[in-house]
Design a protein around this ligand. Sequence first.
Ligand SMILES: Nc1ncnc2c1ncn2[C@@H]1O[C@H](COP(=O)(O)OP(=O)(O)OP(=O)(O)O)[C@@H](O)[C@H]1O
Length: 341
Amino acid sequence: MTAVVEATALEKRYGETVALSGASLSIPAGEVFGLIGPNGAGKTTLVRALTGTTEPDAGTATVLGESPTAIDRDRLGVLPQDFSPPDRLTARELLAYYAGLYDNPRDPDAVLAAVGLADAGDTWYEDLSGGQQRRVCVGSTLVNDPDVLFLDEPTTGIDPAGRRTVWRLIEELAAGGTTVLLTTHNMAEAERLADRVGLLADGSLIAQGTPDALVAEYGGSSRLEIETAADPDTLVELEYSVERAQRRTHTAADDTVSSGVEDTLVVRDIDPAAIGAVVDALERQGLEYTGLSWTEPDLEDVYLELADRMERERTGGAGESGEKKPDDETTTDLTQTGETA
Ligand SMILES: Nc1ncnc2c1ncn2[C@@H]1O[C@H](COP(=O)(O)OP(=O)(O)OP(=O)(O)O)[C@@H](O)[C@H]1O
């Protein structure tokens, strides 16, 4: 199938900083491709190279078979990470302003409804909440009914309900044939929306595949987390290996990792049917615990595993395999991991 978005061996430096180092990807028509990776990995630079707002030093980028600077803008929708629209416009005026830039735009009110802001048309943009503003910005990329959509962190700052509105919108667009490249730090978002995911690290894509394939290859085993300060050796009677790990806690409302770590023991590769035996063992030993949670590996485990491998390659030593992911699928933010990876 012909690629709609294609990057081949893209290189980009800013002075001494290498932003892209041989980034390659190929996105066929109608696919949603999720680009994930640590802060500074080069995601925005790759999006900018693909949308013609930065010139790569080497390599080639094409969209719909054309150079990004030559493509008919009517066919593209681009949401930059730091989009700041003109001041002193209402939400409806703002969408009408962008609609006015195209020959056959969509009705601004229909776009407002699509992003879940049908009632906010008369509100000044500056009076909208941050998440509502971001939804208007997402809407502004849709006024020309684009064939290809680039969304750089589309749901950052949007509350869980609004995020789901945007997710459903992206799903509908994809079902209608729109090709989408989105960047995100939210692994649940990537897992839900993306047909394929690419992990960008140090300017190149180190893994690409369907979420299922990536989880099967890099996700590891299922895991029972026991919130307890107890020593792993006290559970030696179990036939499983038990290790200490640290579990990040975080604030659900704003997607950020927030409040340090809790002591956690992890039992790997355990069938849910065997959890009762673990509970019995804890109680026999008189060990206090505040919670138990069983999880199957997911995209977040893939991210953490690959980030850990990168760290080990870089340092030639131990990575951060003790890091454990947060347990709320709606609030996965890997910024901290990214900065240390
Ligand atoms: N205009 C610029 N001038 C100088 N350095 C830049 C510029 N744009 C990006 N960089 C650097 O290039 C690297 C990649 O940045 P980029 O914004 O592409 O990463 P990212 O993966 O999008 O990060 P984040 O997840 O934080 O948004 C970083 O080290 C960044 O500091």
